[in-house]
Design a protein around this ligand. Structure first.
Ligand code: AMP
Length: 505
């Protein structure tokens, strides 16, 4: 592991409550052993609050988002409660579904399932995950063998219900994870159908990063006398984020991204693109520039998305270029930097994106690129976060009326290395010089479409607007959701770092 990686991981530790230990909750030794396998001794604040309440059988309304440790907060007490039924019988009938955990995205389902599996590993309890976009047959086989804890996205779960490959009539505990996103993604009818299949007497846990009127209404309909648990507000982590807003020439944005990555020697960064095509093109551009990059969006198969995410987590990929939807629910707590290749069309998405960094007390950088035509989006963001950005210019990437694309695409940096920095060495200059004009222009044309209003452009990837297709895809999410309110640290424009002065890591 490189020094940078170990630094990143050291920074990533989730804040825990040192005065409390997992052993204090009366959890089974089998669970404590699994926690110790993970190296967890002290609970996070949400875990410290949630575990005793869930163990009491109470309903919970939890205000928490991914990155707070909420998964263990609900999984550990669920496992403890279900241990009363744990058995080693080979008969599937002895392993009915007793807990159902619903998540909005496949990635989140997969992550929750990994955690649950790890926490159950020394118990006879069985868990599995079902989500769309992958072969249903192995899921059917797993469900038929008998499973106590099912983690699912709503659409694929309903496929199984329809095919009678899952029986939810003995479900004692229901978890709705990231409930706000589920509503944003239009899952309410699916949720209602699923809830109707469950026994009336059950324990309900709902987690959400935001509490809109809709969420409260949903909570009102299915939670019974819930205990509300609130930990650090969803965007409180943004306090640690240094935000920088660079005005650049639209046609040099891709070069600006590779320049920033190389100049800052960034080893783990998510770059947000508003479109799938834009994400793919940018990832290709970065690869051509010698940066290990991959795109993650709805046109990728589930296996491709999971492979890219895993490679990113392992450090094999340095840059994940993602659309908002694809980035939802990703458990990448150790992210030191996010880059907005495009300003998001929804100001809320800006807060959500920058919330990917600066988590868990670590500091983070959020760097955004905007072109003159994006001024309105920028103003929307400023209104939302109640802060006026300093509009910094990234030297060498700013439009000049008479400049050729080649010139505006190259940065005449103080160190004379040009925009590609160290990793670009070995590539021919002619390639770099020609790319801003041809590739970026092509990119700009194909990645964005104008709306009739002429102002804002189409935001939602068409893939996510497709109607629900039973066996192909369970997730049909539009963009949205995200934290709001709270304070955000004043941006610091760190031009010195970009000019080779203050290395971030
Ligand atoms: P979550 O919010 O559940 O996605 O968890 C965020 C990250 O924190 C995951 O990588 C967990 O594995 C990690 N984590 C959860 N609980 C603890 C804990 N008590 N101590 C240290 N790390 C934890």
């Amino acid at each position: 592991m490189s020094d940078t990686q170990s630094e990143i991981q050291a920074e990533a530790a989730v804040p825990t409550t040192p005065s409390v230990r997992f052993a204090d909750f009366g959890l089974s030794p089998d669970i404590l052993r699994a926690l110790s396998d993970q190296g967890y001794v002290h609970p996070t604040p949400i875990q410290a609050e949630a575990i005793p309440i869930v163990l009491q059988g109470r309903d919970v309304m939890g205000a928490a988002q991914t990155g707070t440790g909420k998964t263990a907060g609900f999984s550990l007490p669920i496992i403890q409660l279900l241990l009363a039924h744990a058995n080693t019988s080979a008969s599937p009938a002895r392993h009915p579904v007793r807990a159902l955990i619903l998540t909005p995205t496949r990635e989140l389902a997969d992550q929750v399932a990994d955690n649950v599996k790890a926490y159950c590993r020394h118990t006879p309890l069985r868990s599995t995950v079902v989500f769309g976009g992958v072969d249903i047959a192995p899921q059917i086989a797993a469900l038929r063998s008998g499973i106590e804890i099912v983690i699912a996205t709503p659409g694929r779960l309903l496929d199984h219900v329809q095919q009678k490959t899952v029986n939810l009539s003995q479900t004692q505990i229901l978890v709705m994870d990231e409930a706000d996103r589920m509503l944003d993604m239009g899952f309410l009818p699916d949720l209602q159908r699923i809830i109707n299949l469950l026994p009336k007497e059950r324990q309900n846990l709902m987690f959400s990063a935001t509490f809109s009127g809709e969420i409260k209404k949903l909570a009102g309909t299915f939670l019974k006398n819930p205990v509300t648990i609130e930990v650090a507000r969803s965007n409180a982590t943004a306090d640690n984020v240094t935000q920088t807003m660079y005005r650049v020439d639209e046609q040099t944005k891709a070069q600006a991204v590779s320049f920033i990555i190389n100049e800052r020697k960034l080893k783990q960064v998510i770059v947000f693109s508003n479109t799938k095509i834009g994400a793919s093109k940018l990832a290709r551009h970065l690869e051509n520039e010698g940066v290990k990059a991959s795109a993650i969006h709805g046109d990728k198969t589930q296996n491709e998305r999971m492979a890219a995410l895993e490679a990113f987590k392992q450090g094999e990929i340095e840059v994940l270029v993602a659309t908002d939807v694809a980035a939802r629910g990703l458990d990448i707590a150790e992210l030191p930097c996010v880059i907005n290749f495009d300003l998001p069309y929804n100001a809320e998405d800006y807060v959500h994106r920058i919330g990917r960094t600066g988590r868990a007390g670590a500091s983070g950088d959020a760097i955004s690129l905007y072109a003159d035509k994006d001024e309105r989006l920028l103003v929307d963001i400023e209104k939302m976060i109640k802060y006026k950005f300093v509009r910094a210019e990234l030297t060498g990437f700013v439009a000049k009326p008479s400049s050729s694309p080649e010139r505006s695409g190259r940065r005449e940096g103080t160190d004379g290395r040009g925009e590609r920095g160290e990793r670009g060495e070995g590539r021919s200059d002619s390639r770099s010089a020609s790319s801003p004009s041809s590739r970026s222009q092509q990119h700009t044309r194909s990645a964005y479409t104008s709306t009739p209003t002429g102002g804002r452009r189409e935001k939602i990837d068409p893939w996510f607007l497709k109607p629900y297709e039973p066996t192909a895809s369970a997730d049909v999410p539009p963009e949205a959701a995200a934290p709001a309110g709270g304070s955000i640290k004043s941006p610091k424009v760190k031009l010195a770092a970009l000019l080779g002065g203050v290395p971030k890591s």
